[in-house]
Design a protein around this ligand. Structure first.
Ligand code: BTN
Length: 140
């Protein structure tokens, strides 16, 4: 019984002190799904992004992402960035963000993104970039 009590007291602390891990399946408030694969020693990672929405009318395709985490395995709440090269449009999106883990061990990615679409002339550059924020929660 004392052992169980000790475990119950220790487990939340364990979750609270855990490092936030980018690897996994994530979903944002739009319903987009993203898979991040294991980060290597240099902090780089790859994965795939299945967006739920698009600025084009083309059929959405799962698209590759490439990213890098700052100070891999040394930070509890690491910063990171990644880009998505959309396979169904001429646009690209760059995300920057930070991974947070709460006292219960729940992880979230808080990000800001820039979506650059291709325009036919530099005169249209003024309307070529969208900006937004997105929060991802870990699904698996
Ligand atoms: C395009 O429309 O040309 C490509 C798809 C862009 C999807 C954007 S990226 C930022 C925002 N967050 C998402 O999950 N999807 C949209």
């Amino acid at each position: 019984c004392c052992l169980l009590l000790a475990l119950a007291l220790l487990l939340p602390q364990d979750a609270a002190s855990r490092e936030c891990d980018l690897q996994g399946l994530w979903r944002n408030e739009l319903g987009s799904n993203m898979t991040i694969l294991a980060t290597n020693a240099a902090g780089t990672f790859s994965g795939s992004y299945h967006t739920a929405v698009a600025a084009t009318n083309k059929q959405i395709l799962v698209s590759p992402l490439q990213g890098v985490q700052q100070h891999p395995s040394a930070k509890r709440h690491p910063t990171f960035s990644f880009i998505v090269l959309w396979q169904f449009s001429d646009s690209t999106t760059a995300f920057v963000g930070q991974c947070f883990v709460d006292h219960r061990g729940k992880e979230t990615l808080e990000t800001t993104w820039l979506l650059r679409e291709e325009v036919l002339s530099h005169k249209d550059t003024w309307k070529a970039t969208r900006v937004g924020t997105s929060i991802f929660t870990c699904v698996k």
